[in-house]
Write a protein that binds this ligand. Structure first.
Ligand SMILES: [Zn+2]
Length: 485
């Protein structure tokens, strides 16, 4: 519908008024401006329409990879071998990387995302954060920017030297030179978070502490982050128990339990999101639930990186709030969160008559809990006074075999068939971010072309490093398989 000075409106054939609703309402016009939703008008249903209006999706864990890992030779592999392969990417323009990633998310109906920033150099972090915040503003998404913090174990789970000793001297020197730069002090790292917040924060761009994971963070760093988060209310986002090797390392290093360890250093709180949780045990799910923690389930990522399948039954039985994260590794490598929801639901849907996760719980996870992880509590409702965050899907391609359409309901189609190709319009904070399937704020094709051209200039050097990388990955495999993790 046309916009006017007084605001804009979206017309839909059905309204899913809340991510917690179990059924859709009939045809509506929803009026909004930048202050929020200003009115909802019921209207008579037109013939043949297939537009469903619903709350946007939230991507609870991502890294904003404008260049996908598959584009530069980091093939899917066990996460311990895959991570170093991802580090071979040459430094590219952080604005282009973030803008293309956010644009792809927007075209998937994602209105807000947790962006765990990837950076190996704390000296450039503030500049990179500025570029990412500009990209978020230009594309128009709500972004939680997670500042990476780490102060130990850069090569694996444990001291770096035993891993380097598995390599020849030339390879060991090459790895050292690339990845063992001096680390900034804890105070310097925490100060960078404050600096980024002071420079970049806005109502749609929130900064969070990102201790990368217990494997890479000393007790002192974790305790310092916990203290800062308690003092200023800033959220914390970290990886936890993604793989079996992380589980084994955690059990050996923290005989009292890694989740107890998080509690002891003061990190467990409703401000904490943990990503993956693939190897959580039932008692650990209960502990995290008691502390009000959110866990981001990254189903495709866990399958692609051979991390396993998250214990969703235990998570739900414990009452642990779960959200849905793409981790930049969707099953078809396309950031399709609608398909990600389907994969999660089918994988955890139960066997026989023993039902597993219901579709409503998946929708609530994808729309509401992910937004909590991104610091946007209260998302997932379409009502007067709510923020003007709206996702309009065109479901016509899912309805070709439907006759009069009286035998099945739209919600079933949404869960069974909708994909990112259905995304028609996305409105975030009253601004139309995607219109007719295209991102409005940037020239996405031009930015993608510029980014691809940048990558091309680095390809020869990256290819030259591949043999060293392969030997390094083999050394890591030996390290973990021999139980030295
Ligand atoms: Zn991650």
């Amino acid at each position: 519908m046309a916009s006017s000075k007084a605001g804009s409106a979206l017309r839909a054939d059905w309204l899913l008024p809340s991510a917690r609703a179990t059924a859709v309402d009939g045809a509506v016009d929803v009026h909004f401006d930048t202050s929020g939703i200003t009115g909802i008008e019921r209207r008579a249903a037109g013939a043949g329409g297939a537009m469903l209006l619903m709350p946007p999706l939230a991507n609870a864990h991502d890294h904003g990879r404008g260049v996908k890992t598959l584009a530069y030779g980091a093939q899917d592999a066990p996460v311990e071998a895959w991570v170093p392969a991802t580090y071979t990417l040459a430094p590219l323009d952080p604005y282009l990387v973030a803008a293309t990633a956010f644009a792809r998310m927007a075209r998937s109906g994602i209105g807000c995302a947790v962006h765990c920033h990837l950076s190996r150099d704390p000296r450039t972090l503030v500049r990179e954060a500025e570029a990412v915040s500009r990209a978020a503003r230009d594309v128009g998404l709500r972004i939680a920017f997670v500042v990476p913090l780490r102060d130990r174990h850069r090569l694996g789970y444990g001291p770096d030297e035993p891993i380097l000793q598995r390599l020849g001297a030339v390879d060991a020197d090459a790895i050292r030179a690339r990845w063992l730069r001096p680390l900034a002090s804890i105070e310097e790292q925490v100060a960078v978070v404050d600096e980024i917040a002071a420079t970049c924060e806005s109502p749609t761009f929130q900064v969070q502490y990102g201790p990368v994971g217990v494997e890479w963070c000393s007790d002192a760093l974790l305790a310092r982050v916990a203290q800062a988060s308690r003092a200023n209310g800033r959220r914390v986002h970290m990886h936890l128990l993604e793989s079996r090797y992380q589980r084994a390392w955690a059990d050996r290093t923290y005989p009292g339990g890694i989740v107890h360890h998080l509690e002891r250093v003061g990190l467990s709180s409703p401000r904490l999101t943990v990503a993956h949780g693939t190897w959580l045990r039932p008692d650990e799910c209960r502990q995290l639930a008691d502390q009000g923690v959110v866990v981001s389930i990254n189903t495709s990522s866990n399958l692609r990186l051979r991390s396993g399948i998250a214990p969703l039954r235990h998570i739900r039985e414990a009452g642990l709030k779960f959200a849905v994260g793409l981790d930049a590794l969707a099953i078809d490598d396309d950031d399709d969160l609608l398909r990600e929801m389907r994969l999660l639901r089918l994988l955890h849907g139960g066997t026989g008559f023993e039902a597993g996760v219901p579709r409503e719980a998946v929708l609530e996870a994808a729309c509401c809990h992910g937004a909590v992880a991104a610091g946007s509590a209260g998302a997932g409702e379409i009502a007067p006074g709510s923020p003007a965050d709206l996702l309009l899907l065109d479901l016509k391609d899912t309805m070709g075999d439907h006759g009069r359409g009286t035998l099945t309901d739209v919600t079933t189609l949404l869960h069974a068939r909708a994909t990112r190709s259905c995304v028609h319009t996305l409105v975030v904070a009253g601004r139309t971010v995607v219109e007719a399937g295209r991102v409005t704020g940037i020239d996405e094709a031009a930015l993608q072309a510029a980014l691809t051209a940048q990558l091309a200039t680095h390809e020869p050097a990256m290819a030259a490093f591949l043999p060293t990388l392969r030997r390094y990955q083999a050394a890591l495999e030996g390290f973990y398989e021999e139980g030295n993790d």
